[in-house]
Structures are given as C-alpha cells and as structure tokens.
Design a protein around this ligand. Sequence first.
Ligand SMILES: C[S@@+](CC[C@H](N)C(=O)[O-])C[C@H]1O[C@@H](n2cnc3c(N)ncnc32)[C@H](O)[C@@H]1O
Length: 343
Amino acid sequence: MSRPVDAPPHPMQPCWDLALAAVQAEALQLALAEDLFETLITPCTPETLARRRGWRPATAHHWLTLLWSMQLLERNREGAGEWHYASSAAARRYLVASSAHYCGEAWRFRLASMRDFGATLPAGLHGADQPAPLASGERWAAAARGHLAREQVAVTAPAACQLVARRVCRDTPRRLLDLGGGPGLVAIALVQAFPHMTGVVFELPEAAKVAAQQIAEAGLTARLEARGGDLATDTLGTGYDVIWCSSVLHFVPDLSASLRNLHTALNPGGELICVHAEIPAAPEAARRMLSYYLPLLWQGRRVTHAGELRDALLAHGFEVCEEQSINLPMAPATALVARRRVE
Ligand SMILES: C[S@@+](CC[C@H](N)C(=O)[O-])C[C@H]1O[C@@H](n2cnc3c(N)ncnc32)[C@H](O)[C@@H]1O
C-alpha cells in the first residue's frame, strides 16, 4: 500500500505551532531540571527510569516520547521488546551539564527573557512602561559571565574559527581585534586555533574585566589583551589584520563614525568580519529573526534590513569580498567579509 499523501498545512498551523511550542518548552525545562540528558547517556526503558526516580511510569513514558519527537532523545528496541531511550548526540553535546558545550542554563535564560519581553508587548504598544535600556556596562558584564560565555563556546567561536580558517593562513602572524567581544571566548578560540595570532578584545570596561579573567584562565596573557573602552568615543588602535565584530553595531549611536573607526584600525588588505542579523525580505525568514530582535527594535536600537550593512561598508571604502549566512545564538546572521583596499 502506498503512503497517504500529506495534506497541505492548514493556514492556522503556524498559530497552532505557537501553542504547541509552549508544551515543548516545558518538556525541555523539566528534562533539564531532572538531569534527564545526563541520566540517559546510558540507554534505559521508561519503566526502569520511572521506578528509579519515583516518577509515574505512564506519564514518564509519554514525556520521553515527546522529547524523542523533538529529537533530543533517540530510542531503540529489539524485536517487539521494550523501547530503550537515550540522549541524542545534540542533547549530549549541548544539554548535559558536564559537556564543554553545555547551553542548558543559557537556553533557560533565553526562554525566560523572551517570555518576559512578550509580557511587556501591550504596555509597550500603549505607551506605558518602556523596556529597560540594555547596553549598560554592568548588564553586559553580567551577560559575559553568563549566557554569552556559554553561547560563544557552543556556537559563535566554532563558527568564527571555521570562517577565519578560510581567510587566514594558519602559519602567518596576524593581529586580531575582537570588537565588543563580551567574555572574549571567540578571540580565545581564534588564537588557540591560529598559533601566530595575537590581539585585543575591546569591550566596555566592566565586560573587559570578564574577558581579562577568561584570557588569564586560558593562559593567553602573552598573546591576548582585554582593553576597556567605548567604541563610540575611544580609539581602537591601528595595525589589525582581522577584526571580528559580531552583534555589536546594533548598539553604536553613529554607524558611519564606527565604520570609519574600523576602516582606520585595519591594515591595508586587512579584513573586517562583520556579523549581524538583518531583517530578511521574506516573511518566513524574517519571523524567527524579528521575534528575537523585537526588544532591540522597541528600544530604538539599529537593526538593519537585508543588504543595508553591505551598502554601508561599500560606502565607507571597504571592498566586500564574501557574504554568507552564519549561525549565531537564537537566530542566524549574515557574515560580511569587508577588506580595506590596498592603496
Ligand atoms: C550582543 S553582545 C555580542 C558579544 C559578542 N560579539 C558575541 O557575538 O558573542 C554585544 C557586545 O557589544 C558590547 N558593546 C556594546 N556597546 C559597546 C560600545 N559602545 N563599546 C564597546 N563595546 C560595546 C557589549 O558590551 C556586548 O558585549
């Protein structure tokens, strides 16, 4: 018998999916609270697990099956025997607390902040409470100690290393600037991957202290320095071959002045890797991105439309030599590689 043909999705399905996501988020929160992914590094049947942990067997079984449907668990059985559930490769890497790439707390933080922001929508619309401004040094330092650090290790640093490896020869000395680098773990990963690279993490002074501590803990003080300052008003120095700048230009008051500053900071032939989410033209692609960036938009921060940053880079004398989509935490962004021309 042939497979039944899938019905086209009902126009209400995207709205229903939102309601369904509420249950999936709670199922994942419960799994983290119960250390489920750590426990299921060793496969187990729902009945055995429920007995050991004092859970109700039938509900435990259905909860595990939901997590399997979310691809956070895998399951296997021999013949008609009982299902054995185990953490999927992604869950073992990102949701087991002992993993170097653990993101469970960072995910919980993101869920809570998205829900908190969502709850302010009516007040924002009717002109009552304004959302708190985001970019104070203390707030960024707290982010650098918390979710930003975990997400840089799990997402941003591997993406940066992959991209830079295509542009920079491993054995050539290179001077790096990680601009607005938060805890500095992108710069740390880059100098670890490129043995002749040295550089600076430039950050607001409070966050720069967090980066300095990370650099010291990584044993890299001879090759990396954390420098405190304000990109909008302070000089960045000169002589850089590579500038990594991800999710920072949303926060500068004058884009033109910052791009001029970046151009001056680069050596001729040096490359700015400018990684920012922009609002896509198509609704499906824009949905995820806009959900994440709505708080910034409501605070009056800069979130450009697709292509605007490229145009701005060209207008400031850069040559744009590569453009690609890149994974950042929460929503993908565009990486623009912009070279300072050799006169
Ligand atoms: C969204 S975070 C991105 C951090 C990091 N680049 C990453 O992609 O993980 C923005 C960073 O820009 C920094 N920042 C914001 N305004 C700044 C300014 N005027 N000067 C220097 N850094 C700034 C913040 O402290 C924060 O760490």
